[in-house]
Design a protein around this ligand. Structure first.
Ligand code: SAH
Ligand code: SF4
Length: 430
């Protein structure tokens, strides 16, 4: 999400005559795009700001700006607390950046943090400046109004709004023509994507169809699906197109009915498991990944065991696992107590991580002997002689280079694995 936003910021500034430099020591402006989702994300930014003081000592004219969710959450307070920050820009105000930069002086700091109900940056072609030239993100909607009790996103990114589907398809076509072979459609809850025009309405399954038809050689992924809105219709569309990748990220957050209710997730464990069954039914080869939070307000050992049980039942291929971090202004901050001690949160998180590690390894071991079509993304970090790519299920596969190159598809047979990576040999390519 943040990378996609930074690519929009890059486009806005380049259009106004600025350029992006590779080396921070050449920069006149340093823009830091931020996340506010957990406290440690914000602490990392504050540490980075302290480190940048050394750069500003040598290059006193350098101005630092904070973009994104942390700017939105803290507003001008951030510039009072961090004296080396000269400007802050919220996620819906990036178009204002050129004008702001032209007005910043030694003594004047600037802030633009108005949220919008309509801004989608639909007309801006993102600058893909940190790219492998093969895979790209396309933002299809912004904001969120689900108000999960723990989550700061509705407050930092504003109301949910969808982007004109024609501009999304045009962006996908343009990327394909430039040699890209995979796009990931991004939104906080892509299943509620909806675009209404005078004579028709486009929902997420229709949008997926439109993007999948750009070319059979263009892979399409998406994130994130909210379990309450994952429809059979979408699963049917996914089954119909080979180039729609068979991988669904379905954040569970907790396996306990009581916790899910307190979190305001608006589904029960039974509902969630029913969605998992539907995925397995329509898409037998699909991988499933998730997000989970350990130690949300009032979580008991029983609630925690329900989460471990959920992990054993679903057998996720990958999971992003977090310790609960109370965020100011959220429903939880206003009405609940952060009452699970930190050492208990840590222990519960470690238990989830341990189970997930075993399951991921077992899942990968089952892939040994199978042949997957892999989109080659680059040269392996371990060896110049090896390439890596991902299969439709989003699993990383490493194999000998031969005379293949990034951007090609190869059929690879899996011969070995770790819990994170498959290792294989090429059996063909196209
Ligand atoms: N829109 C997506 C998630 C976006 S945030 C969804 O609804 O699934 C990414 C993940 O961060 C969430 O799924 C959640 O697991 C985690 N998260 C959000 N707020 C958090 C908090 N206060 N503490 C810990 N983890 C949190
Ligand atoms: Fe946050 Fe919930 Fe919206 Fe996801 S759906 S961004 S967790 S409020």
């Amino acid at each position: 999400m943040n990378l996609a936003d930074s690519e929009i910021v890059g486009a806005v500034l380049i259009k106004d005559g600025y350029s992006i430099c590779r080396d921070i020591n050449d920069a006149d402006y340093v823009l830091i795009n931020t996340c506010a989702i957990r406290e440690n994300a914000e602490q990392r930014i504050r540490k980075r700001l302290r480190e940048l003081k050394a750069l500003q000592k040598q290059r006193q004219w350098v101005k630092i700006g904070i973009l994104g969710c942390m700017a939105e959450r803290l507003q001008r307070q951030l510039m009072e607390e961090e004296e080396n920050v000269s400007f802050i820009v919220g996620p819906d105000a990036y178009r204002k950046l050129p004008e702001m930069l032209s007005h910043i002086t030694e003594d004047e700091k600037m802030a633009e943090t108005m949220l919008s109900d309509i801004e989608t940056y639909a007309d801006i072609e993102p600058i893909r400046y940190d790219t492998n030239g093969i895979t790209a993100y396309i933002s299809i909607m912004r904001g969120c109004q689900n108000y999960c009790a723990y989550c700061v996103v509705p407050y930092t990114r504003g109301r949910e709004r969808s982007r004109d589907p024609q501009t999304i398809v045009a962006e996908a076509k343009n990327l394909f023509d430039k040699g890209y072979r995979e796009v990931t459609l991004l939104g906080q809850n892509v299943n509620s994507y909806r675009w209404r025009s005078d004579n028709n309405e486009v929902g997420f399954p229709e949008l997926m169809t439109m993007v999948a038809e750009v070319s059979p050689l263009l892979r399409v992924r998406f994130a994130t699906s909210h379990p309450k809105d994952l429809s059979d219709e979408l699963l049917q569309v996914m089954a119909r197109y080979d180039n729609i990748c068979k991988c669904i990220h379905l954040p569970v957050q907790s396996g306990s009915e009581r916790m899910l209710k307190l979190m305001n997730r608006r589904y029960t464990p039974e509902w969630y498991l029913n969605r998992i069954e539907a995925i397995r039914h329509y898409l037998p080869t699909c991988s499933i990944t998730t997000d989970v939070i350990a130690g949300f307000c009032s979580e008991t050992e029983e609630d925690h065991r329900a989460t471990l049980e959920m992990f054993r039942k679903v057998r996720y291929d990958y999971a992003y696992m977090f310790k609960f971090s109370m965020r100011p202004n959220t429903f939880a901050a206003k009405h609940m107590q952060d009452d699970v001690p930190d050492d208990v949160k840590t222990r519960r998180l470690e238990e989830i991580i341990a189970i997930q590690g075993e399951i991921a390894l077992e899942n990968n071991q089952k892939e040994i002997g199978k042949v997957f079509e892999v989109l080659i993304e680059g040269i392996s970090h371990r060896s110049e002689q090896q390439l890596f790519g991902r299969n439709s299920q989003n699993k990383v596969i490493v194999f000998e280079r031969g005379n293949l190159h990034p951007g090609q598809y190869a059929n690879v047979r899996v011969t070995r694995c770790t819990s994170a990576t498959l290792i294989g040999e090429v059996v063909g390519n196209k």
